[in-house]
Ligand binder design. Structure first.
Ligand code: ADP
Ligand code: MG
Length: 578
């Protein structure tokens, strides 16, 4: 619920803003009363003094009204800034919390517009319109109360005017809402195209695909333009329509007023009627102005509503993989077990893993071998619980991963993703990363770098471990990035290391040295190593050979050379290559 997101402070801003507005409306509506007195006094020639006194009163009212309007604006701005900031923070922490499946469903491009453009739209709208939203209904009702009971002809004219404007607003809003909904989605499209263009610029150039890419961006922008033109052509008549109605209404009031005044014979009643007419038309103006203001801001309403909906859709989204409540206070053991695990990606027909079972103990090394697409990364993802299996169980230390809280599960695992992720910051920052960082010192970082075979190249960097790496690690090579991310996992000192194809960019010599260092220095740590080279997996305690999600063979190098044809063939082929 919208109001449910307000903090106490934000409620206070809204209340203060409303108070200022009520006071302002009171003052604004006092002014016509002074006008009534003055016109009557001038016409009947009763006293210069009264005119001066009332004039002074009017001036004070106008000044105080200005002050309270400034205060109302201040509180409204405070409110909208604070409200959208809190929404954005909530959304951000929610995004951190979502599973990979959720994020791929929403799409990264959409998440970017949702956390930048959408809060901006909302803040912009709230900042400009909070005052009007509060003020116009108060002003309109109060002004109507003041003029009700006056001459009925004028009241009828005002009501007709209000109805015409209200109907126009309703019809226009109804006709543009669907285009407003589309704006944000089209912005997502443009955003995605631009993002792909920027991240893929090297490839695009190398394939001379600039024209094709440009045409894609052009199409996306064109669709957005077309949509916006539709919105504005539908909205355009609204402003002029309202001012026409106001003008016609004023004329109608004076016109009927002229007849009414001619009809009465008594001079004093004529005067009274005349000043009534002045006052009435200025109240009627106030009512209309309230509506006009409303029309002015209502244009921003559809896009703000859509933006708000898109933000809360994320905030209120249920994680597709819920977490358990075991917070991991038992001793860590480092045991990993799969029991008849089958898993199919959403929207796929064939399983990515089929009936996989294995068990490894503390300190052992499990190697997963298979060609591209055989399900190796999927196996790792299931341990990390990025997805839940269709059937079977994934157990860490004898307990189903579903039972763990995410913190507890991740505290046990050291994960090195297939594509290395480097954050903007020094080598030291990138290695000593996350929850465990405060408990590690420079010595630990150096040790991790040494085991990961990164010590040498890091020492050759301009400022050693203080060298700042850019995001995506543009200033280091692929193999160097891999070793830094491996060092990160080692530095965490988890009970289990999950290395997803982390040796792929390493040469054979480094690969071997790294494996030996892991074996020697991380003897108590369980290791799951995903690889495509037999050389990398040879000395593992257990090797699983995967092909299209199925386990072709399971055992040590020696076992598999005897029992698994595919393994033997791969081994021989790869030996020959060398
Ligand atoms: P490997 O790591 O062995 O190269 P993966 O485990 O990444 O293979 O992929 C196994 C299979 O699952 C492949 O056929 C791949 O196309 C499919 N796959 C991987 N990720 C997804 C995903 N997010 N959605 C749908 N299918 C996927
Ligand atoms: Mg993979």
């Amino acid at each position: 619920m919208f109001f449910g997101y307000f903090t106490k402070k934000e409620w206070a801003y809204v209340i203060l803003c409303t108070a200022c507005i009520v006071f302002q409306v009171y003052l604004d509506l006092r002014i016509p009363e002074y006008m009534n007195d003055i016109t009557y006094a001038i016409q009947t020639g009763s006293g210069q003094e009264l005119v001066e006194k009332d004039g002074f009163g009017m001036l004070i009212c106008a000044l105080l009204s200005l002050v309270s309007s400034v205060c109302a604006g201040f509180f409204a701005a405070r409110f909208s800034a604070s409200f959208t900031r809190n929404l954005r923070l909530r959304m951000f922490s929610r995004v951190q919390d979502l599973s990979s499946q959720d994020i791929s469903e929403i799409s990264a491009a959409s998440l970017i517009t949702r956390s930048t453009n959408d809060p901006y739209q909302l803040q912009n709208f709230l900042g400009r319109s909070l005052q009007v939203i509060v003020k116009s209904p108060i002003l309109a009702t109060w002004a109507v109360l003041k003029i009700s009971g006056s001459t009925w002809e004028w009241t009828v004219i005002t009501i007709v005017g209000v109805l015409i404007i209200a109907a126009t607003i309703a019809i226009v809003m109804w006709s543009v809402m669907k285009y407003f909904k589309r704006v944000q989605w089209l912005k997502d499209d443009v955003n995605r195209e631009v993002r792909e263009n920027l991240t893929g610029s090297k490839v695009i150039r190398a394939y001379n695909a600039e024209e094709y890419r440009t045409s894609k961006i052009y199409d996306a922008s064109e669709a957005l333009l077309d949509n916006n033109v539709r919105i504005f052509t539908r909205m355009a008549p609204m402003g002029s329509m309202s001012s026409t109605v106001i003008n016609v209404m004023t004329i109608a009031i004076y016109w009927t007023g002229a007849f009414l005044i001619t009809d009465v014979s008594d001079q004093d009643t004529k005067f009274q009627l005349f000043s009534d007419m002045i006052v009435f038309s200025s109240y009627a103006m106030q009512v209309m102005t309230a509506f006009m203001m409303f029309t002015g801001i209502i244009r921003g309403f559809p896009s703000a509503k859509v933006a708000y909906g898109r933000i809360t859709e994320i905030i209120e989204r249920k994680r597709s993989v819920p977490e358990g409540d075991f917070d991991g206070k038992t001793p860590a053991e480092g045991e990993i077990e799969f029991r008849n695990v089958t898993f199919t990606y959403p929207g796929r027909k064939t399983p990515a893993l089929e009936n996989v079972s294995f068990k490894i103990e503390k300190g052992q090394t499990l190697a997963v071998l298979g060609s591209t697409g055989s399900g190796k990364s999927t196996l790792i993802k299931l341990i990390l619980r990025q997805y839940d299996p269709d059937s079977g169980e994934v157990l860490v230390d004898g307990r189903n991963v579903k039972d763990y809280t995410r913190r507890a599960l991740f505290a046990r695992l050291g994960y090195v993703p297939q594509t290395p992720i480097i954050f903007t910051g020094s080598v030291e920052y990138n290695v000593n990363y996350g929850e465990t960082a405060p408990q590690r010192d420079h010595e630990d970082v150096m040790r991790a770098l040494r085991i990961a075979q990164a010590e040498e190249f890091v020492s050759r960097l301009p400022e050693g471990t203080e060298t700042v790496l850019s995001q995506y690690g543009k200033n280091v090579s692929g193999g160097q990035k891999q070793r830094i991310t491996i060092a990160r996992a080692i530095c965490k000192d988890p009970e289990t290391l999950l290395l997803d194809d982390s040796f792929s960019a390493l040469d054979f010599k480094t690969d071997k040295a790294l494996r030996q260092a892991l074996k020697g220095s991380m003897a108590a740590t369980t290791k799951v190593i995903v690889a495509q080279r037999v050389g990398t997996v040879m000395d593992a305690d257990m090797i699983i050979v995967l092909d299209e999600g199925k386990v072709l063979g399971k055992g040590t190098h020696k076992d598999l050379m005897g029992s698994c044809g595919m393994y033997r063939d791969t081994a021989i082929a790869q030996m020959e290559e060398r």
